[in-house]
Design a protein around this ligand. Sequence first.
Ligand code: DOR
Ligand code: ZN
Length: 372
Amino acid sequence: MSNTAPSISAIHATSSAPRSDSSSSSHTTPASLTITRPDDWHLHFRDGDMLAMTVPATARVFRRAIVMPNLVPPVTTVALAEQYRHHIMAVLPEESNFEPLMALYLTQGTSPADVREAAQNPNIIGYKLYPAGATTNSSSGVRTIDAMGPVLETMQEFGVPLLIHGEVTEPEIDIFDRERVFIERYLAPITQKFPRLKVVLEHITTKDAADFVREAHDLVAATITPQHILMNRNDLLVGGVHVHNYCLPVLKRRTHQEALQQAAISGNPKFFLGTDSAPHVQAAKETACGCAGCFSAFTAIELYAEAFGQLNALDKLEGFASHFGADFYGRPRNTETITLVQKPWHAPKTVTHGGETWVPYWAGRALQWQVA
Ligand code: DOR
Ligand code: ZN
């Protein structure tokens, strides 16, 4: 926790910061916080019937989102991404101005010509590197990162960002060390060899990652999920296995959680919002070998407000949620705003759609802030 960050009432006077209005009448106005409409720089919508649930849940609050390509089969080409994007646009409410930004799935077979084609398309935001076997639907991912030089070179040349799931998959590496070892073995060499390549280390989970990103050159940034600042591995494993807190990279020990909290509230523009909201149906989570993913879309900005509020850093939420990602990707900041009000409520216990049930992240737990 930061001792120096102002409390809500202390920052009453700043224009875009939270207000705490106290009234002399018997009614007190709840504190409110108006921020530029945020963007989600990393999430999973899936495809098919589910889109009618996942897309509106995000478009309710976020103006843009980077849509991850780990479908089956994966979104490896511009043509597949355009098709997928049409599915997403088809379920948007008419009045919505939500904009999906498509990530392409990097494979061992991706060529420099593919990269050049992707660079021409304004709906494509970059390539996602999944080390093969690292996570959900990653079997088509990259097996030999060292052989990707010509593709990374072309991405650097054409200004196409590289979005990375940063975990090694070598079986001898402990799962809690997979991110740190990835940084040492692969990420550090990539950022040295390609100093003009924009790189986002996605959903960082360790102090090692936060330190690396902070010290790397300016074109290296990171997304941070709500679960990795609100929880640590005790929340996964103490008192039983809490399957709805299981995601990849897996939650780490408390010292890492604290380092991520400090990165998120630091005001350093290298760290920005990416929920990694990743729906898996209840039966696929609550089973002997449960899927990885926290489905946070229904309460995403509220979860970040919860975390920043606990850290007395609500004045840092807007930069993290609404400015730094857009700046990094060279996109305009949003011009609309949203208002959060401090009115305690509870996250939904389940979400149902088309006869299926999902247990969202933070299900049934209290939240202090809601979108007005
Ligand atoms: O927990 C995760 N779920 N991490 C990932 O990297 C992928 C995601 C998913 O697609 O389910
Ligand atoms: Zn993800």
